[in-house]
Design a protein around this ligand. Structure first.
Ligand code: MN
Length: 255
């Protein structure tokens, strides 16, 4: 089995190294990751400049291929020429912080996995629920256990799948119950933060994500808050199927 691993926090992020080490022995591993932290870049591809790739040399990152672009660039370039083969599985993460509810639309971690899925390769995105890497080794052990469980239940070669996994920052993460969830919803983001730059210009920092709004039983937020690992199967189709007939009746054109 060949596994491609990417992330969005950049190739030096502890979560990437932990995920790579946790998958040792499962198959042949290629790591292709962004040079910079590219959190929040969603599915962006870099189209206005070329991308460079270099091979990292540091002890923790030896052999990682580093791309001067986004998480989607990494997986896209890997699958369309850099690797020279088609991986059987794409993994992304482990992200520094949750990707639950609306986060999934902005997440580079989810996007890297989604890029694999768009190419027909099964893919799993992993995130730790809290930032700061507490209990990262336990999260990596949880990721390994989940990959093994998923592969046993869903042999490769069938239909591709896209799973979004959020892991509580706990020392017992690998043995916590796992639950299949749906995405919750967040409140709108906090207000933008306005500051004055050293040159006297008004500058703006995007504010933090809003708190969970729809976080009831069955959601990813609920699972993580109650000490379980959340596994959400994702799809890419954003069509609002339920409202299509209504729009067609109002605007014509059939449904
Ligand atoms: Mn990130």
């Amino acid at each position: 089995m060949r596994i491609l691993i990417a992330n969005d926090d950049g190739y030096l992020a502890p979560g990437l190294g932990a995920l790579v080490r946790a998958m040792e022995g499962l198959g042949e591993i290629d790591v292709v990751a962004p040079e910079q932290n590219a959190s929040g870049t969603s599915n962006a591809l870099t189209l206005t400049r070329p991308l460079t790739v270099f091979e990292a040399r540091g002890e923790q990152v030896r052999g990682f291929r580093v791309v001067s672009g986004t998480p989607s660039d990494c997986v896209h370039v890997a699958l369309t020429g850099l690797l020279g083969h088609r991986p059987d599985l794409v993994l992304s993460g482990i992200n520094n912080g949750a990707n639950m509810g609306d986060d999934t639309l902005y997440s580079g971690t989810v996007a890297a996995a989604m890029e694999g899925f768009l190419f027909g390769v099964p893919a799993i995105a992993f995130s730790q629920a809290e930032k700061g890497w507490a209990n990262l080794d336990a999260a990596a052990a949880a990721a390994r256990a989940i990959v093994e469980q998923v592969l046993a239940a869903m042999p490769l070669g069938g239909l591709p799948f896209l799973l979004n996994v959020n892991i509580p920052n706990r020392a017992d993460a690998a043995t916590l119950p796992r639950v299949v969830t749906r995405l919750g919803r967040r409140h709108a983001s906090e207000p933008v933060i306005r500051q004055t730059s050293p040159r006297g210009e008004t500058i703006y920092w995007i504010g933090p994500a809003g708190d969970a709004r729809e976080a009831g039983e069955g959601t990813d937020f609920h699972a993580v808050a109650s000490g379980r690992v959340s596994i959400t199967p994702l799809q890419v189709d954003l069509t609002d199927h339920a409202s299509r007939p209504d729009w067609a009746a109002r605007l014509g054109g059939g449904a």
